[in-house]
Ligand binder design. Structure first.
Ligand SMILES: NC(=O)c1ccc[n+]([C@@H]2O[C@H](COP(=O)([O-])OP(=O)(O)OC[C@H]3O[C@@H](n4cnc5c(N)ncnc54)[C@H](O)[C@@H]3O)[C@@H](O)[C@H]2O)c1
Length: 352
């Protein structure tokens, strides 16, 4: 039985979720955006109703689930309203712009007993799924390197005079007002999620961040994350190098997991080009000395994530993705930020 959905927020990321919902056969009944012209094309495609005020769809008894695709700054309000009305919720990452709000959202979902996901779609990249399957074969994990280097042009020496990366004097940049954080939040959140997904929650963190003078956001964040499964060397950055990465397109996001029996290397693709670019997992097995490359044709992890969400929501089950996923990442972002400010390692204050 297909689920009935309301979608809130029709910006950049929405196209991928709508494609996934279409492929999953979901019935989209409502489409909302503050700007009606952004909602209308999707509403027409799905035969859905348009709402410039998302509250029109909240409480509609036909709606099984609400997809929250607004800027992160609006996630708390919209998620809490949807949860309170008893809908299942799928929210884009990051769950909130701070860990307190993320905690409030997941606790509300748990108290209400609704299915709740933060959409970290990189878990659904085929190379990532292959690596997760092969992880136990590595035996004891000794060391992990994970990085998200994302190309952003030359924004280091001179701050752009307008647009996303501009911080007005005394005001907030769009980076902060929309997403709540810079490189650590926008680029690095996915690989914090993959860290938790592969290795479990880190318990101690030593972070560093580079925030240029006159700006309110970081261009780079590094951390040493201690987990029960080995130390994670973590690095995220907006950089000007246009031809690095395994596809030489400037996107350089990868993970290396070393164990006593072998190594896994995982290479992911630009989030907005997942339909056209491949992913790669390389497995080295020390017993045979053989390296095996798993090269995957382009496939949208959004479609796979949305299919997983829809199937579970239809069954009323959470499945094997915890409702805490989004909180875990936001608590790590807060802890790395605090550690960087203090200049010392700190324990992660897990609150649930
Ligand atoms: N998974 C990824 O790789 C990835 C990539 C980009 C963005 N994102 C996330 O997706 C979310 C949206 O980002 P985006 O780039 O699409 O932003 P965007 O600014 O392009 O779109 C957001 C839309 O939400 C609408 N909106 C804001 N508040 C609203 C409200 N109260 N009711 C209805 N509509 C509202 C805005 O009008 C806008 O059209 C963010 O949380 C962001 O972090 C994830």
């Amino acid at each position: 039985m297909p689920i009935t959905v309301g979608v809130i927020g029709c910006g950049n990321i929405a196209q991928f979720h709508f494609a996934g919902l279409q492929q999953a056969g979901a019935r989209v009944k409502w489409v909302s955006d503050l700007a009606e012209e952004r909602a209308r094309p999707y509403a027409e495609r799905f035969g859905a109703r348009v709402a410039t005020d998302y509250r029109e769809m909240i409480g509609d008894p036909e709606v099984d689930a609400i997809w929250v695709l607004t800027v992160s700054a609006a996630h708390r309000e919209v998620c809490l309203a949807a949860i309170e009305a008893g809908h299942a919720v799928v929210c884009e990452k990051t769950l909130a712009t701070n860990a307190d709000d993320a905690l409030a959202i997941v606790q509300a979902a748990q108290a209400k007993g609704v299915v709740f996901y933060t959409s970290y779609m990189k878990r659904f990249i085929p190379a990532v799924q292959k690596a997760k399957e092969l992880l136990p074969s590595l035996g004891r994990i000794t060391s992990i390197y994970i990085r998200s280097f994302q190309p952003a042009g030359d924004i280091w020496d001179v701050m752009p005079e307008s647009g996303f990366f501009h911080t007005p004097p005394g005001g907030a940049s769009s980076v902060i007002s929309n997403y709540g954080g810079g490189a650590l939040t926008c680029c690095g959140s996915h690989i914090l999620d993959l860290t938790c997904h592969f290795l479990g929650r880190p318990h101690r963190v030593y972070g560093q961040m580079h925030i240029p003078e006159g700006r309110d956001y970081d261009l780079q964040a590094n951390a040493l994350l201690e987990t029960a499964n080995g130390p994670v060397h973590y690095e995220t950055i907006w950089h000007p190098l246009s031809r690095i990465g395994f596809l030489r397109d400037g996107w350089d996001e990868r993970m290396e997991i070393n164990g006593l029996n072998g190594r896994l290397d995982i290479y992911t693709t630009w989030w907005s080009e997942v339909d056209t670019k491949a992913s790669l997992c390389v497995h080295y097995d020390n017993a045979t000395g053989v390296s095996t490359e798993y090269r995957y044709a382009p496939v949208s992890p959004f479609n796979r994530a949305v299919a997983f969400f829809c199937e579970n929501i239809a069954r009323g089950t959470q499945g094997d993705q915890s409702p805490l996923t989004g909180y875990d990442v936001d608590e790590l972002i807060a802890t790395i930020t605090r550690s960087a400010r203090l200049g010392q390692a700190v324990d992660v204050p897990w609150r649930t």
